[in-house]
Structure formats: structure tokens, C-alpha cells
Design a protein around this ligand. Structure first.
Ligand code: ATP
Length: 463
């Protein structure tokens, strides 16, 4: 039975060959993501990012920050504490409402989110795994609690933030008072969030500890629809243009009346087609003035904005763009993953290469420098070239094994460019530049190599 299940999971792949099993295995093998505290048997729903994973995550985060904060003169960043005053979560509605309906199978004891069950399981109240009877749903609050100070009583309870957004709302006044922003303006934040999720399968898709990239955009009431449409299209374009995600695997889904938060005016999810179906990647929400108003009420401090243009005073409306950073890592990996037939080997079998077609801007390694052989001064020359390139790019030096095998290793981690140093390099000061996507090789001068790579990155088009 276990074997059969495994085989089924393996066939669950997109048409490029990315299945969850293959992604998990590649991530472990090449140092993108490891199970957390693995030597103790791991801790479910938590993962550690290895040397390549942390680079990929940082590059995605930087691409987002650059696009949001650096490219917009009316968006500023903050970095709020994870632990916030507990009243924050009363005001935001999380203490009362941040719950999921939990059901248990009486037979196999598996736990489910009732709203994630398919229609048949819901109607029959039977477990989709074993057909056993399901319990009645219980509301389960997703916030992790802990205690601040030495005494663990109800007065010392605090929460690990379940979203980064509230850190922005409670700092609205601070930012207005201390920076030169004027409405419309945005506040951006990237950071960890924690949710005691009931079901956490699918690798890093849904975890208890994850990272979000959120931006709250404050507008004058009445201008929210225009701002919403603008951010909705900008955010979709970001995934396509900056992360290089295939547009046909992205779509918008509007929240229906039963899903829409009571204070929200309109909400869309940007969804990606994972091997396990279409699921959320980012939420773009028009949240009215709910959050600022509530924090004003709960804190007893007036939170509003004085418009210098006409001296009017109002509580701004908010457009929220809420993206999962760790979920974006998964999408980037899934979308980049290809298994490609590139010929036939000596035994007549298909020669398949595994390649990650990362956008060069976010690839953990941008350029690999490889001496054809390590003797006769080629290693020294290659090391010098790599050292010079290190100033501008993330680089990797590899001198071990056949050159074809080294190219494959670089393909598998998504390195867009390889530079190979051979005997001619010593004579004519040229190197071979090899392109990951096309596998094309060209000969170019060492002088001007960095400029050539920059040009290739600027003009990069996903195959
Ligand atoms: P769901 O309904 O799937 O639980 P949500 O609608 O509650 O998700 P949001 O609160 O809108 O999610 O969070 C914004 C983004 O944060 C999501 O689009 C997702 O990318 C990310 N995110 C939320 N929960 C998790 C999690 N448990 N693990 C990883 N990323 C998450």
C-alpha cells in the first residue's frame, strides 16, 4: 500500500517533469532545503534552507525589495518585532477569528482542515484517507502563544505574529511623523510569520514558520479601486518579469462572498498551478480602513492622516499585497525545474538533463568558472577570473571531473552561465562562455567578460 502511494505521488508532475518528490529530492541533494533538525528525526512542517536555498531566498527577497522600496519613491520599509503587544491581535481580530475548522478521523486519527476536504468527504463526513468517521469540526486558533517574563500566567501570554501586516499598521503614525511620505504611500516589510497549521503537507508550501513580503498601500478613501487595480496588475507582472514564472501557470481568483473578510471590499489571490493543483501564492486585498480604525479604538490613540493638500483629515484606506517569500521559493523551483532529453547515450538510452531555468537575477550561482584541467596553469588563470567576477556576481569555482559532468551539475542548480578556461585561453586571452538554457557555447575575450554577462542578464528571455 505504501509503495503504491509513493508511485502515485511520483506521477503527480507538471509537463516539465517537476513533481513534489523530485523537487524535494533535488533540494536535499544539492543543498537548497533540508528537513529541520534532521539528526533528531526532523520536526514536521519546518525546514532549513541550505547554502543554495538561502541564496535563492535572499535573491527573491532582494528582487521584491528593489521593486517595492527602491523603485517607488513613495514606498518605505520597516522591520517590526515578531513579538508584539497582545492587544494588537485583539484589535486585528486574530484572537477571536483567526481559526480554522479542525476535524479528526476517529479511525486513523488523521487531522484535516474541514474547508480543505473535497465535496464527497464533506457530505459523507468520512475520512478521505481510510473512509473512517470524521468528528464534528472544532475551531482551532492558529496563533502560537508563548510567555514573556518568568511567570507563565495568563497575564504574560504573547503571540508569535501570524502575519507581518500588523507591524505595519501599528507603525503607521510613526512612519508618517518621521518620514516625508504623503498619501498615497506604502510601507513594506519582509519577515517571519508563524501559524500553527493543521495540515502542513507539500514541502515548504504550507509550514508553521514561514516568511512573508507584505506591502500596505495607504490611499484617500474613494481612491482605493484605482489603486487596487494598479497593484493587482503590478504584482502579477512581478512574478512573470522579475521571477521569470511562466504566465500560463499563474492566474487570479477572486474571493467569493463567503470567503471575503467582513471588512474587505474586494480580494484576489494570485494562484500558481502546483503539481497538486491551483493554490494561492499571494493575496491582493482592498481592506478599507478597518485595521487603522481598530488600532485607533483599541489603543485609544487617534490614528488618522492630515492631508497637506487640502487640510482634510481622514483614516486612510488600505490596499494590501501579501506574498509568501518561502512559497515563492517553492514556485520558483517548481517552475524552473525541467527534465530535458538532449540526446542518446552510448547504450542507446535517452540522455536526460535536469535543469533549473532560473531567471539569472535570482539564480543562487550566476557564473561558474571551470578550468578544463587543473594543471598547466589553467586552474590559476580560472581562479583569477573567478575572483574578478566575484565583485559583480555570485560565482562558483569547480575544477573536479569531466567538463560535461560539471556543466550538468551547474544545470541542476540553475547556473545560467559557465566560463571555461582551456589551453587557448593562455594564448589568446579568450574563454568559452556556455549558456545553460540553449547549451550554446561561444568564444569571447576575458577582457569585457563581466560586461558581456551583464548584457546577457539584461536581455534574458525565458525559453
Ligand atoms: P490559506 O487560506 O492557504 O491558509 P491565507 O489566505 O490565510 O492562506 P494569507 O493570510 O493571505 O494566506 O497570507 C499571505 C501569503 O502568505 C499567502 O499567499 C502565502 O503565500 C503565505 N502563507 C500563508 N500561510 C502560509 C504558510 N502556512 N506557509 C507558507 N506560506 C504561507
Amino acid at each position: 500500500m505504501a509503495k503504491e502511494k509513493k508511485a502515485k505521488a511520483n506521477t503527480l508532475s507538471n509537463d516539465y517533469g517537476a513533481s513534489m518528490d523530485r523537487i524535494v529530492s533535488l533540494c536535499k541533494r544539492r543543498g537548497f532545503v533540508y528537513p529541520s533538525s534532521e539528526i533528531y528525526g526532523g520536526l514536521s512542517a519546518t525546514w532549513d534552507y541550505g547554502p543554495l536555498g538561502v541564496e535563492l531566498k535572499k535573491n527573491i527577497q532582494e528582487a521584491w525589495w528593489k521593486d517595492m522600496v527602491r523603485r517607488h519613491d513613495n514606498i518605505v520599509g520597516i522591520d517590526a518585532a515578531i513579538m508584539m503587544h497582545p492587544r494588537t491581535w485583539e484589535a486585528s481580530g486574530h484572537v477571536e477569528n483567526f481559526t480554522d475548522p479542525l476535524v479528526d478521523c476517529k479511525k486513523c486519527k488523521t487531522r484535516f482542515r474541514e474547508d480543505h476536504l473535497d465535496e464527497k468527504a464533506l457530505a459523507d463526513k468520512v475520512c478521505p484517507e481510510c473512509g473512517g468517521e470524521l468528528t464534528e469540526p472544532r475551531q482551532f486558533n492558529l496563533m502560537f502563544t508563548t510567555h514573556m517574563g518568568p511567570v507563565e500566567d495568563s497575564g504574560s501570554v504573547i503571540y508569535l505574529r501570524p502575519e507581518t501586516a500588523q507591524g505595519i499598521f501599528v507603525n503607521f503614525k510613526n512612519v508618517v511623523d518621521t518620514s516625508r511620505v504623503q498619501i498615497p504611500f506604502g510601507i513594506a516589510q519582509v519577515g517571519k510569520a508563524f501559524r500553527n497549521e493543521i495540515t502542513t503537507k507539500n514541502f515548504i508550501f504550507r509550514t508553521c514558520e514561514f516568511e512573508q513580503m507584505e506591502m500596505q498601500y495607504f490611499v484617500k478613501p474613494g481612491n482605493e479601486d484605482e489603486a487596487f487595480d494598479d497593484w493587482k496588475s503590478k504584482r502579477m507582472a512581478w512574478y512573470i518579469d522579475r521571477l521569470g514564472i511562466s504566465p500560463q501557470r499563474l492566474r487570479f481568483t477572486e474571493h467569493g462572498p463567503d470567503e471575503l473578510a467582513h471588512y474587505a471590499k474586494v480580494a484576489f489571490d494570485i494562484e500558481y498551478e502546483y503539481p497538486f493543483g491551483w493554490q494561492e501564492l499571494e493575496g491582493v486585498h482592498s481592506r478599507t480602513d478597518y485595521d487603522l480604525r481598530r488600532h485607533g479604538e483599541f489603543s485609544g490613540k487617534e490614528i488618522n492622516y492630515l492631508d497637506p493638500a487640502d487640510n482634510s483629515r481622514f483614516v486612510p484606506y488600505v490596499i494590501e499585497t501579501s506574498s509568501g517569500l518561502t512559497r515563492s521559493v517553492l514556485v520558483t523551483l517548481m517552475d524552473a525545474y525541467h527534465e530535458e532529453k538532449i540526446g542518446v547515450d552510448k547504450k542507446g538510452n535517452d540522455d536526460i538533463r535536469t535543469v533549473l531555468h532560473f531567471h539569472p537575477d535570482i539564480a543562487p550561482v550566476m557564473v561558474a568558472v571551470l578550468p578544463l584541467v587543473k594543471k598547466d596553469g589553467l586552474a590559476e588563470l580560472a581562479k583569477k577570473i573567478e575572483k574578478d567576477l566575484r565583485e559583480d556576481f555570485s560565482t562558483f569555482y569547480d575544477q573536479g571531473g569531466a567538463i560535461g559532468r560539471r556543466y550538468r551539475r551547474m544545470d541542476e542548480i540553475g547556473t545560467p552561465f559557465c566560463v571555461t578556461v582551456d589551453y587557448d585561453s593562455k594564448e589568446d586571452e579568450t574563454v568559452t562562455m556556455r549558456f545553460r538554457d540553449s547549451m550554446e557555447q561561444i568564444r569571447i575575450p576575458i577582457d569585457g567578460l563581466a560586461e558581456r554577462i551583464r548584457r546577457e542578464i539584461r536581455s534574458y528571455k525565458r525559453v
